[in-house]
Design a protein. Structure first.
Length: 182
């Protein structure tokens, strides 16, 4: 695995995040030497989910998205989870935060339902992406070339479909951060 020591990676999420899609990339960033930071529209803590029905663990929020600045981070991860992604996509502070990473050409990684925010932020059109199949039509309607692959890289954007793709998603994320660091 690549070394990403001295990097900070923002994880943008809220209540209802799919726990594995948050914790596995978080652990991969830490294992590679990076510092993950939980950024959220919520204050205090968020509650993750296992699937869409079962509550999982709670996690402390490090920075509220309204106070976060993309300049403070080297990359962004937007995990999925239906409830999480649906709430984030309409949060204007979250949209602006994501836009700032694209404007700075920093790595952005999103999995499952996470790419929904790219539609509402006006960042999807013309991209090649994957996602959970249930939002593929939304992405296609937004001008995305959608493909059913475990991981798709389009410039600074990394997307994957579901928890079953986490191994390749995490390794691609770390490699992309390491390459951008050089």
């Amino acid at each position: 695995m690549a070394d990403i020591t001295d990097t900070k990676v923002a994880f943008l999420l809220g209540n209802g995040v799919e726990q594995a899609e948050f914790t596995e990339p978080w652990d991969a960033v830490k294992k590679a030497g990076g510092t993950p930071v939980l950024v959220s529209p919520e204050s205090g803590s968020i509650t993750a989910m296992k699937g869409d029905w079962d509550h999982a663990d709670s996690f402390d929020v490090d920075v509220e998205v309204k106070d976060a600045k993309a300049d403070d981070y080297d990359a962004l991860v937007v995990p999925g989870g239906t409830v999480n992604a649906d709430s984030l996509r309409i949060d204007s502070d979250a949209q602006e935060f994501v836009k700032a990473f694209f404007a700075a050409d920093k790595p952005v990684a999103s999995i499952c339902h996470g790419p929904w925010i790219l539609i509402d932020a006006g960042l999807a059109k013309g991209r090649r992406m994957t996602s959970y199949v249930s939002i593929s039509t939304d992405l296609k309607n937004a001008g995305v070339t959608w493909t059913d692959e475990e991981c798709v890289v389009d410039g600074n954007l990394i997307t994957s479909r579901a928890p079953g793709d986490l191994e390749v998603f995490c390794s691609t994320l770390v490699e992309k951060i390491a390459a951008a660091k050089k």
